[in-house]
Design a protein around this ligand. Structure first.
Ligand code: MF3
Ligand code: CO
Length: 247
């Protein structure tokens, strides 16, 4: 895997700040009655205004800037005329390329008023990500991150998606290593200062099994139950994890 210099981490920080700002802009637009395509249009306009290149559009033929995954959609939901309803949750995943370096982050957001159990799924997924990030330490092992995510999510009674994983990130959107959200602490490659990882737990209320719809992209839970997704790009430094995609 590729170690990044301090200067490269500065560039990755800039890309990820743009991503974080966009996610905050989109968060403010989310309400019952809004369509996922409305969100895509907000994003497209903002990118044009700022002359910034989206990361996902054109990646393996993916046609949009955003992934918008609603309720039982796990990841890679595509913007459409689907209307958001009170009580829904929506995961928004977004990335950019700025000055040759990628940013990548995702959040799950409530639409109006959601059920307490739905809120708990979101809170647990967000905290599972934090627990994973806390293990992103020079000298630790890769699966220390994975194990921390899995332990926290499963202790809360939820399941961890196996099919999709986090990844290294830099001049490419996806670099080695893969970062699973399940695994055994103390195993995996040794983590080193200069590694930059996108850690992205996808946590389900029911079974961890997912299937991909006929559109070739949208991944949904096999049992139709809810799924949440949070993602941060982080750099491992001598002073601990640096969350590049947090404002
Ligand atoms: N955060 C996801 C990832 O890094 C988003 C990729 S969506 C795709 O894998 F459309 F670009 F594939
Ligand atoms: Co990612």
């Amino acid at each position: 895997m590729i170690l990044k210099s301090a200067g490269e981490i500065d560039k990755l920080r800039r890309s990820n700040v743009v991503v974080a700002e966009m996610l905050e802009l989109l968060r403010a637009k989310i309400a019952p009655g809004v369509t996922t395509m409305d969100l895509e249009m907000v994003c497209v306009e903002e990118l044009e205004k700022r002359k910034i290149t989206p990361a996902f559009k054109g990646y393996r033929g993916y046609p949009f800037c955003l992934c918008t995954s609603v309720n039982d959609e796990v990841v890679h939901g595509m913007p459409s005329e689907r209307v958001l309803n009170d009580g829904d949750i929506i995961s928004i995943d977004f990335g950019v390329n700025l000055d040759g370096f990628y940013g990548d982050s995702a959040v799950t957001i409530a639409v109006g008023n959601i059920a307490p159990e739905t809120q708990r799924l979101m809170d647990v997924t967000s905290e599972a990500l934090n627990r994973g990030i806390a293990q992103a330490l020079d000298g630790n092992r890769l699966f220390d991150i994975s194990s921390a995510v899995q332990q926290y999510a499963e202790d809360a009674g939820f399941s961890v998606v196996r099919t999709f994983v986090g990844h290294g990130i830099g001049k490419e959107l996806h670099e080695p290593p893969q970062v699973p959200n399940f695994g055994q602490a103390g195993k995996g490659i040794r983590l080193k200062a200069g590694m930059v990882l996108a850690i992205e737990p996808m946590i389900n209320q029911g079974t961890y099994d997912v299937k991909v719809l006929k559109d070739g992209w949208t991944a949904v839970t096999n049992d139709g139950k809810l799924s949440a997704h949070f993602e941060h790009t982080i750099a491992i430094t001598k002073n601990g994890p640096y969350v590049l995609s947090r404002l």
